[in-house]
Design a binder for this molecule. Structure first.
Ligand SMILES: [Zn+2]
Length: 204
């Protein structure tokens, strides 16, 4: 059962995502979610306060649910239709993460974010990158020299726009995240050039 598998947290975003609430009305009944806000990432109290904030201003705030453990046990993310993704994401998030778009440099939310924390997939909530591997690439996109682990992302040859690049996708839901280039800093020498719209940030 979907509801019983979702246990974790409610995260505040900068854009309305009430589609999630509409998609899982039973999970968002008052009194239900609070018992489920129990983060495995050590932000229990923060999660509780954010959940409260959500319920106090449902029309302005919104949230995303994070699953604990294997998200594929919870939901077949690859089985979601375009309409379902549109209901979950803002138009820009949909364009970038589901349609392979690219945000303009120096315009995204995270290219200059230096706070400690974890960056998650905007679509499925999987933790993808840590602030500890983020570096200032000067490109105007959030850049990392490694993902949190090798298996959270997948790579694919991208021959579009007359270039040969390596696309990086979320291994859980196939969200387009960005590209990886071989000109990053040590210790990996890689530059994971990501789109802010494909990510959410969870401060430590
Ligand atoms: Zn994902």
């Amino acid at each position: 059962m979907l509801g019983s598998a979702f246990v974790s947290s409610v995260l505040y975003h900068a854009h309305p995502q009430l589609g999630i609430q509409r998609s899982f009305p039973s999970l968002f009944q008052r009194g239900n979610i609070r018992t489920r806000v129990d983060s495995p990432w050590g932000v229990r109290s923060r999660g509780r306060s954010l959940a409260s904030r959500f319920f106090e201003s449902e029309n302005r705030a919104f949230c995303s649910m994070m699953s604990q453990g294997n998200t594929s046990e919870v939901k077949d993310w690859r089985g979601l239709t375009e309409e379902e993704w549109k209901a979950r994401l803002t138009p820009k998030q949909f364009e970038v993460a589901r349609k392979g778009g690219t945000e303009r440099p120096f315009t995204g939310e995270y290219w200059d974010n230096k706070k400690p924390g974890v960056y998650r997939c905007v679509c499925c909530g999987t933790p993808l990158f840590s602030s500890e591997t983020k570096f200032d690439s000067g490109t105007g996109w959030p850049s990392y020299w490694a993902p949190l682990s090798k298996d959270v992302v997948q790579e694919r040859l991208d021959l579009s726009h007359g270039m040969m690049r390596t696309e990086v996708l979320c291994a859980t839901c196939d969200a387009h995240l960005g590209h990886v280039f071989p000109d990053g800093p040590m210790p990996t020498g890689k530059r994971y050039c990501m789109n802010s719209y494909s990510l959410t940030f969870e401060p430590k």
